[in-house]
Design a protein around this ligand. Structure first.
Ligand SMILES: NC(=O)c1ccc[n+]([C@@H]2O[C@H](COP(=O)([O-])OP(=O)(O)OC[C@H]3O[C@@H](n4cnc5c(N)ncnc54)[C@H](O)[C@@H]3O)[C@@H](O)[C@H]2O)c1
Ligand SMILES: [Zn+2]
Length: 371
């Protein structure tokens, strides 16, 4: 069989936002195929200038491939240090200084090559450089491919809180090459799968069952399995974002497991848990909470737990977390409105909704069970 026949055909998911609609291209062996990559990027680049924004880890892996595809353009490469702590105003300023020094103008196109940290920072730079320039996302982590690169939330962190400075700003296109996931560390890969499981729980019972049946292929990072889950995840996120771009309502269901998850991340100190790992445990807690409120049939959380375990994700808290600390950490979640905690619950896999009126004792019971 010819090599090209083995490749998955590239697929397109559209994020439907009127005149700000954009395509997400999903496939494999894209960065290594300069002609293919160029074909996808070209319509997004209005002028001659391009600024690639990446970090040192990703630059050494994929920087040359992207540069090859951009031959003929005037390309400058901004390389930030690797790590969540560099999603900061300092790096933002350095990126701005870089664009000014290299004399980028309003027709420049910024290309984010990396995970969610690079994507969020680049998006915010693009939103604000000369009141907004075009940008493209080339996400290279699974979390970025199924979540952060889609939907237009951009931000940097402030010492007082994560993502406190940012903007809603949509890219011109997103190019998802699943082959980049082959170099991703195992924990980072599994953390991305947690968000995929989330999409199954909140919006697609079939996807959930498919994940249960295809754990081995997913753990092996099989290209066809990845194509399926990335496409389905992007479709669900695109649909939710199209319905509620600025999270005034339904978009909040994307936070299933996150009220608990953020508290878990906070309590352990950022960097102990990967976001997706904390969300995995948070989803188990949100599942139990839904059961305790008699919304979700008993036993479904056990199913969720089995799946997460099978995908190499944690399902329980570390020792020593007490429930009052958890409660306090949840109260500090910026997604809590008017002092009332909002939770996303599921009435059965494939559906989710926001609640802010619930039995406090059910919450206490769940916390007591996990802490
Ligand atoms: N904008 C949104 O809607 C949204 C949604 C979810 C999360 N986020 C943000 O995303 C960030 C987390 O993103 P992340 O999980 O991608 O983390 P990340 O960007 O820090 O990437 C994780 C690690 O993987 C490395 N890496 C990236 N691609 C690689 C590859 N192909 N091979 C080997 N290593 C690679 C990175 O250098 C880094 O060390 C957080 O800042 C979070 O706030 C944003
Ligand atoms: Zn998340």
């Amino acid at each position: 069989m010819e090599e090209s026949a083995l490749k998955q055909a590239w697929q397109t998911v559209t994020v439907d936002l009127g005149d700000r609609s954009y395509p997400i291209y999903i496939g494999d062996d894209g960065l290594s195929d300069a002609a293919k990559l160029r074909q996808m990027l070209q319509p997004c680049i209005r002028g001659q200038q391009v600024a690639v924004m990446t970090n040192d880890t990703v630059a050494s892996l994929y920087g040359d491939q992207l540069s090859t595809a951009l031959q003929g353009y005037s390309v400058d490469v901004f390389v930030m240090q690797d790590g969540e702590q560099y999603k900061s105003l300092e790096t933002y300023t350095a990126a701005m200084d870089f664009l000014m020094a290299k004399r980028h103008n309003r027709t420049t196109c910024l290309i984010a090559l990396g995970g969610g940290v690079v994507g969020d920072l680049t998006g915010f730079v693009a939103a604000t450089f000369q009141r907004g320039v075009d940008f493209v996302q080339i996400p290279t982590t699974l979390l970025a491919q199924v979540d952060s690169s889609v939907g237009g939330k951009t931000a940097v962190n402030h010492p007082a809180g994560k993502n406190m400075i940012g903007a809603f700003y949509q890219p011109q296109c997103v190019v998802v090459d699943s082959t980049t996931l082959q170099s991703l560390p195992a924990r980072e890969y599994a953390a991305g799968l947690a968000e995929v499981v989330k999409y199954g729980v909140i919006a697609d019972a079939e996807l959930f069952a498919w994940l249960e049946d295809n754990q081995a292929a997913l753990n092996a990072r099989d290209a066809a399995a990845l194509a399926h889950v990335i496409k389905r995840s992007c479709e669900i996120k695109a649909q939710v974002v199209a319905a509620d771009e600025r999270e005034s309502g339904i978009r909040a269901i994307l936070n299933f497991g996150h009220t608990f998850g953020h508290a878990i991340e906070n309590l352990a100190g950022y960097g102990t848990w990967l976001h997706g790992e904390a969300v995995a445990v948070g989803m188990v807690m949100a599942g139990r909470f839904s059961e305790c409120l008699q919304l979700l049939p008993q036993g479904q959380t056990e199913r969720l737990k089995q799946l997460l375990r099978g995908l190499q994700l944690p399902v329980a808290l570390q020792d020593g977390v007490d429930s009052s600390a958890m409660l306090q950490a949840m109260g500090m979640d910026k997604k809590a409105m008017d002092g009332k905690l909002r939770f996303i619950v599921t009435d059965g896999f494939g559906t989710a909704r926001v609640i802010d009126d619930y039995d406090r004792q059910a919450l206490q019971a769940v916390l007591a069970e996990f802490c």
